[in-house]
Design a protein around this ligand. Structure first.
Ligand SMILES: Nc1ncnc2c1ncn2[C@@H]1O[C@H](COP(=O)(O)OP(=O)(O)OP(=O)(O)O)[C@@H](O)[C@H]1O
Ligand SMILES: [Mg+2]
Length: 298
């Protein structure tokens, strides 16, 4: 516990003393993809399954969505889709491929960028590489309504950058106390670094709506009390054995078992998300331009 606290402090101070953090990038005007980071404090809570099936449901609702596997080291969105990823971010960074070449197509023609070793490279790029990457990603973003980043769990420096660079973060938690406390810890660290960061909760593996609400209330209460931060509950997904069955079949659960409770839940959640009242109100939406500059500034 003490070790963890020390590591956290070190992480925070390293991010704070980074001079690039002092300069705020300007938002973009005009239409730009809404950038969402899907994250969690604790690992294995269902981020990747959520991201993938949420993207598929948004797509069904007529939205253009790009899924970006930003999990450093443990990339697996492609495995969940049963798609062999030939190229990933690494090839883009090495300028071996253009962004349109590394975007692959999953079930229901869902476009995605596979993760891999590329992301560690991302944070040590030359200025020229950076410009290339920025232009490439901006190009595809023009056509998208949403870009969803499936991040690694926990508080790595890279993940925190993804979160603070995004327009909003969806924090996935389960009803387990360890998942709840880690979710709050993540929110707190990010909030301390970037007050404007906006979060929403998704409670995964809930027994029922009531348990989801109670789980969310625990986080919301402390966030309100100690951070004066509102973290709306976006929705929940039931604990449903169809999810792991679908994982084993390497097919998204919403496609394999469309009538399962988990599928009904994610469908409802995605619908709610697209409703106006649920849209995050940001004073200066960062969009993709803001996202890449914030992400990559050193
Ligand atoms: N709603 C659910 N009901 C039942 N099981 C679930 C549910 N969501 C996830 N799981 C189980 O949890 C496993 C881990 O899910 P997933 O890979 O999406 O988590 P993750 O948060 O992305 O993990 P990591 O932190 O390693 O990236 C799944 O393979 C599945 O077995
Ligand atoms: Mg994952």
């Amino acid at each position: 516990m003490t070790d963890q606290a020390a590591a956290l402090r070190e992480l925070i101070s390293s991010l704070r003393t980074d001079p690039s953090r002092q300069q705020d990038s300007s938002g973009t005007s005009g239409k730009t993809a809404h950038v969402v980071a899907v994250t969690s404090g604790k690992g294995g809570v269902g981020k990747s399954n959520f991201t993938l099936n949420f993207a598929l449901e948004l797509q069904k609702l007529g939205q253009k969505v790009l899924v970006f596997d930003a999990d450093i080291g443990m990339a697996n969105i492609d495995v969940l889709m049963g798609v062999r990823s030939r190229y990933n971010l690494f090839h883009l960074l090495k300028r071996e491929k253009s962004i349109s070449e590394i975007i692959q197509v999953g079930p229901n023609s869902l476009p995605f960028v596979a993760g891999g070793s590329g992301l560690t490279e991302l944070f040590s790029l030359s200025e020229e590489d950076l410009l290339y990457f920025t232009h490439q990603i901006e190009e595809v973003a023009q056509d998208m309504d949403y870009i969803l980043f499936d991040t690694g769990a926990g508080l790595s420096k890279e993940t925190i950058r993804f979160i603070t660079a995004s327009d909003e973060s969806i924090v996935v938690t389960t009803p387990e106390p360890t998942s709840i406390t880690d979710a709050y810890a993540l929110v707190k660290v990010v909030h301390d670094l970037e007050e404007t960061a906006r979060f929403r909760l998704v409670v995964n593996r809930a027994s029922n709506r009531r348990e989801a609400q109670q789980t969310a209330d625990k986080i919301r209460l402390v966030a309100d009390q100690f951070l004066h931060l509102d973290i709306p509950l976006l929705g929940h997904i039931s604990d449903d054995s169809h999810v792991s069955q679908a994982v084993k079949k390497q097919t998204p659960f919403s496609i394999r078992f469309p009538n399962s409770q988990a599928s009904k839940d994610i469908q409802e959640l995605a619908f709610r998300y697209t409703q106006r009242s649920m849209q995050i109100r940001s004073d200066s939406p960062k969009g993709i331009k803001g996202f890449v500059s914030r992400l990559l500034k050193r």
